[in-house]
Design a protein around this ligand. Structure first.
Ligand code: PMP
Length: 369
């Protein structure tokens, strides 16, 4: 590929996002009838029945373009989350909002973007693709956020500071008040982007989100996704909430129909299914307590989590445990690409999937019974 002389350096050196392994891949490789995927923090209960009905109703309209700017969806999101619709920008997953924020706010060759290390890789990949300097500071040894270290690399050319709360892959979270305080210490032009992809699973959720208080913090953007709690990972829907002026720029530069008709209908239906949301939350919180205790009982070091996954260090080599789980039809996430080769991340699944994971871990770690 290096034979194309016109390709930009940032493109030539680009590292694509590495998604979790797919169920079909592992089914074929190991000849297994059933594979359990606990690698991408998807919804443990699948899809809400209200969403399925909305998709069925919408399918005959798939020949039409969605309405420009998705006004109905945006109003629905604003209503559901208690936001000003003018400050909401919907995207093709929150990934698109991350990319848009970088492209709107960071000047190539001049500005920098700041985040912890490790962090969600899209912040790094899209900044580099944009020709923007990425500055990372290590998380503390226990994966807590060292905001003083973060601030030490922020300067007048820092366009964006990304903080994931709760964090991925550790699951650690800080109360929203700490992020509010951080936003007050940034240079006037810097936007604090709080990625709340997992905030629905924090306990109690209200203490960990800045969303309801966003209007008090004009230099903060909050990201939310429909891929986890709302069970729509395959349809690609997320949004950013921010000042109306910034949201307006994101909506203007976004590709016209990046949020498609089916995603729009599904998102609106998903917000209405309070029962599904409550059941998801209960399942995840129950699974989180149970799986964390079981892993600790098997000699794993488990990081306390406020998200729908657990990061842990097994007492055997993580790569071996990962392979042994695959051989038993269970996909988890190895964290070598995050620079954490001794650790694994497991998403919380249904009660049955969690039990199968714990049983497999018991076998692998030689503690049958
Ligand atoms: N932020 C974080 C921290 C995530 O873990 C993810 C999902 N992997 C995303 C954003 C992207 O979510 P979406 O599916 O909405 O693009």
């Amino acid at each position: 590929m290096s034979d194309l002389p016109f390709v930009r350096d940032e493109v030539r050196g680009f590292t694509p996002y590495a998604p979790g392994l797919s169920i079909d891949e592992i089914r074929e490789k190991y000849g297994l009838a059933r594979v359990i995927k606990l690698a991408s923090n998807e919804n443990p209960l699948g899809v809400s029945p209200l969403v399925v009905r909305a998709l069925e109703r919408t399918a005959p309209l798939a020949f039409r373009y969605p309405r420009g700017g998705n006004p109905v969806l945006t109003a629905g999101i604003a209503d559901h989350f208690g936001l000003d619709p003018a400050g909401v920008a919907a995207g093709n997953g929150s990934d698109e909002i991350i990319d848009l924020l970088i492209r709107v706010a960071a000047r190539p060759g001049l500005d920098n973007v700041v985040a912890f290390n490790p962090c969600f890789s899209i912040y790094v990949h899209q900044s580099r693709l944009c020709g923007v300097d990425m500055r990372q500071v290590p998380l503390a040894g226990d994966f807590s956020f060292d905001f003083e270290a973060l601030l030490s690399v922020v300067d007048e050319n820092t366009a964006l500071v990304f903080v994931t709360n709760p964090d991925n892959p550790s699951g650690r979270a800080v109360p929203a008040d700490e992020l509010a305080a951080l936003s007050g210490r940034l240079p006037a032009r810097t936007i604090l982007v709080v990625d709340e992809a997992y905030a629905d699973f924090a306990d109690p959720a209200k203490d960990y989100t800045l969303l309801p208080r966003l209007k008090d913090f004009p230099n903060v953007a909050v990201l939310r996704t429909f891929s986890k709690m709302y069970g729509l990972a395959g349809l690609r829907l997320g949004f950013g909430a921010m000042s109306p002026a910034l949201a307006d720029y994101l909506r203007r530069v976004r590709l016209p129909f990046s949020v498609n008709l089916m995603a729009e209908a599904a998102g609106l239906a998903a917000m209405q299914d309070g029962q599904f949301i409550a059941a998801t939350r209960e399942t995840v919180l129950r699974g989180r307590a149970g799986v964390a205790a079981a892993l600790a009982g098997l000699g794993c070091q488990v990081c306390p989590s406020m998200a729908n996954f657990l990061m842990f260090t097994p007492p055997l080599a993580a790569a071996r445990v990962f392979e042994a789980l695959l051989g038993r039809g269970i996909i988890v996430r190895p964290l070598a690409s995050y620079g954490l080769p001794d650790r694994l991340r497991v998403s919380l699944g249904s009660d049955e999937e969690n039990a199968a994971f714990v049983a497999a871990m018991r076998e692998i770690l030689g503690q049958a019974g």
